[in-house]
Design a protein. Structure first.
Length: 172
């Protein structure tokens, strides 16, 4: 099982405002309509795992944006043909995905990413840094999280953004 993160973050490490807002991501022009590598990334995954708050944010987009199966970490269920609800944390999501034959997971959402990092399940992170300081909001990384070592696979400038690709370093 490979678990990957593809996310945008402010300079000060926030992925959304306190009210889960993402409007700050639209503050920069994108005249070429670039997806900043997102479609390429999505071709490498066969399922997505997200938390309940991220799921509710995605529902607000109007149209379900994913062509791969989705697992939502939630203690409550809802009726939705797009997702499978999973009680428990990161390991429960991995078990559910594995039971359905999925091998390459896209992990999305602050608490979900933090939970996967806590369990040492993240294999790679592609973080696009947006040159804005939000001051507060939903953090990408939890305060007091365990130390995890990653190597830098690549760094590239995408217009006004910096995209860094990190790979988890594990001891044999």
């Amino acid at each position: 099982m490979t678990c990957s993160v593809f996310i945008a973050s402010s300079i000060d490490g926030f992925i959304a405002t306190d009210d889960d807002g993402l409007q700050w991501l639209e503050a920069y022009e994108n005249p070429g309509g670039s997806d900043y590598g997102y479609a390429e990334f999505m071709r490498r995954v066969d399922a997505i795992v997200m938390g309940r708050r991220t799921y509710e944010t995605v529902l607000g987009f109007g149209t379900w944006p994913y062509d791969v199966p989705a697992y939502v970490l939630s203690s409550t269920k809802a009726d939705d043909t797009h997702v499978q609800f999973v009680k428990g944390g990161a390991r429960a999501a991995v078990q559910a995905a594995n039971a359905n034959g999925h091998e390459r997971l896209y992990v999305d959402g602050g608490k979900t990413i933090q939970g996967f990092l806590e369990e040492d399940l993240i294999d790679e992170m592609i973080i696009t840094t947006i040159p804005i300081i939000l001051g507060n909001g939903v953090p990408l990384f939890a305060s007091g999280a365990p130390s995890r070592q990653f190597s830098v696979s690549s760094v590239r400038q995408l217009g006004p953004f910096i995209q860094s690709h990190f790979t988890r370093q594990r001891k044999p």
